[in-house]
Design a protein. Structure first.
Length: 155
């Protein structure tokens, strides 16, 4: 039991941060985002990576709440961050600055292929300070991002 507890405490943490409107997955524009809910994604990620990494999840429709959470994770020195900034990808210098100043390695994820959508979605403020961007793979992008961050951190 002590060994299991020690292993659990020594596991790295990867955070999954979802921005505005992602709480509406499964209901909002299912032809673009599919029918999988954010809770379904969290459940599937926990099942896939159980015993390998601690996963922390947070979603907010409020930019300041996302920035506050990034700061708390930076202070906790987590192993990495997967972020789907939603519409803030294309508009938020403050979110970009928070990510850049956090020193957290992060992967930006988008469920849809933003380059097949409206022109304004082709510009990301956060991508230039990320270690990678995954777009258009549906929810598989979250899994790929966690796998990449695990490999990168040596876990």
């Amino acid at each position: 039991l002590a060994g299991c507890l020690r292993d659990l405490l020594s596991m790295k943490t990867i955070a999954i941060l979802n921005g505005p409107n992602l709480d509406r997955l499964g209901k909002r524009e299912p032809e673009v985002y599919g029918r999988t809910t954010l809770q379904d994604i969290e459940t599937s990620l926990r099942a896939e990576f159980s015993g390998r990494v601690n996963l922390e999840f947070f979603q907010s429709n409020h930019e300041g709440a996302l920035i506050d959470r990034i700061s708390s994770w930076a202070d906790a020195k987590i192993a990495g961050l997967v972020i789907n900034p939603g519409g803030l990808t294309h508009t938020s210098v403050a979110l970009r600055d928070s990510l850049a100043g956090s020193d957290l390695p992060f992967v930006e994820v988008h469920i849809s292929n933003v380059y097949k959508r409206e022109e304004f979605r082709h510009r990301s403020f956060t991508a230039p300070v990320s270690v990678g961007v995954i777009t258009g793979l549906g929810i598989e992008g979250y899994f790929a991002a966690v796998r990449f961050l695990l490999q990168r951190s040596g876990a």
